[in-house]
Design a binder for this molecule. Structure first.
Ligand code: ADP
Length: 297
């Protein structure tokens, strides 16, 4: 399976350009992460892949199927699991009832009770399967949402911020589940939690104001920050020159330890950080994209 976007452009009715000339290819074999600040176009791209929106121009294929073709959209939907960002559940139903209902909507050919039991097990909800969803915590509701996306073992699994609302234990379980699924299915998820990408994805695409500004491994995203991240411990009040971003500050017995983002040495006593993190790389990329936008508005 693969997702191939060529010159993909999406403009909403009021003139908002959510995606601009996006070229992106993603294939089964790993979890693909989509990272970017709010409003970058992540959900728009996922909704286009899920055939819920239509491109304004450019092409988007899932496998060989064109999202613009009515008949091919039906093929896509048959092989797709999708968790939207704002997922609504019927609170008066139990997970078993809700998932059986979704099986019917999807017209799954396999026996419903077994399939429902399988996905409940996958998200660790078997014991709570007969309780009303209205009594669930936010994390449990999110897991019901993930369970419905897994019905029918879709070959393409699209998850819009799947870890939001999950506690660290649930988040870890979900990461393990997705890592297993990615061996057989194309898993594409959006997040603004950089840690999700670090733990889970072998490929990450970064969107900024509708444009793709990075697509490679998380390791090479971290490398983007080499020469940009500095550390400084001082008990003086820090006055940062323009172009210097304060990324963190921690009090220590010797003074405040600052983590700074800057293309030049931001302070006489600042020293460069040798091993920048993925988050550093992401922040660098966003800072660069932001200054590009300011230079060419
Ligand atoms: P992200 O998921 O990265 O936060 P979105 O894809 O939700 O970004 O949004 C990208 C841009 O498109 C934003 O400016 C947003 O306000 C706009 N947008 C999203 N959905 C709609 C819509 N249905 N109608 C008009 N504008 C929209």
């Amino acid at each position: 399976m693969e997702i191939v976007a060529c010159g993909l452009h999406k403009q909403y009715a009021k003139g908002v350009v959510a995606l601009e000339s996006l070229d992106l290819t993603q294939r089964t074999g790993t979890v693909h992460g989509l990272l970017g600040p709010n409003g970058a176009g992540k959900s728009t791209f996922l909704r286009l892949c899920a055939t819920l929106e239509q491109p304004t121009s450019g092409t988007l294929h899932i496998h060989t199927w064109d999202v613009r073709s009515r008949t091919e959209r039906r093929h896509i939907r048959r092989h797709l699991g999708y968790l939207p960002q704002a997922f609504r559940l019927y609170e008066e139903l139990t997970p078993i009832e809700f998932l059986a209902y979704v099986c019917n909507l999807k017209e799954l050919a396999r026996p419903i009770p077994q399939e429902v039991a399988r996905v409940l097990e996958a998200v660790n909800l078997t014991e709570d399967a007969r309780r009303r969803i209205g009594t669930f915590s936010g994390g449990m509701k999110q897991r019901v949402g993930i369970a419905q996306a897994l019905l029918g073992e879709p070959r393409v699994l699209i998850l819009d911020e799947p870890t939001s609302g999950l506690d660290p234990h649930e988040r870890n379980q979900l990461r393990n589940l997705l890592a297993n699924l990615a061996e057989r299915s194309l898993v594409l998820l959006s997040t603004h939690i950089v840690e999700d990408i670090a733990q889970l994805c072998a490929q990450v695409a970064v969107l900024y104001q509708g444009q793709l500004c990075f697509h490679d491994t998380p390791e090479s995203l971290a490398v983007q920050a080499r020469g940009y991240i500095w550390e400084l411990v001082t008990d003086e009040t820090l006055i940062t020159p323009s172009g210097v971003e304060v990324l963190g500050s921690t009090p220590t017995p010797q003074g405040t330890r600052y983590r700074l983002g800057s293309d030049f040495r931001p302070h006489a006593e600042a020293h460069p950080v040798a091993d920048p993190t993925l988050e550093d790389g992401y922040l660098r990329l966003c800072a660069e994209a932001q200054s590009d936008v300011q230079r060419h508005p």
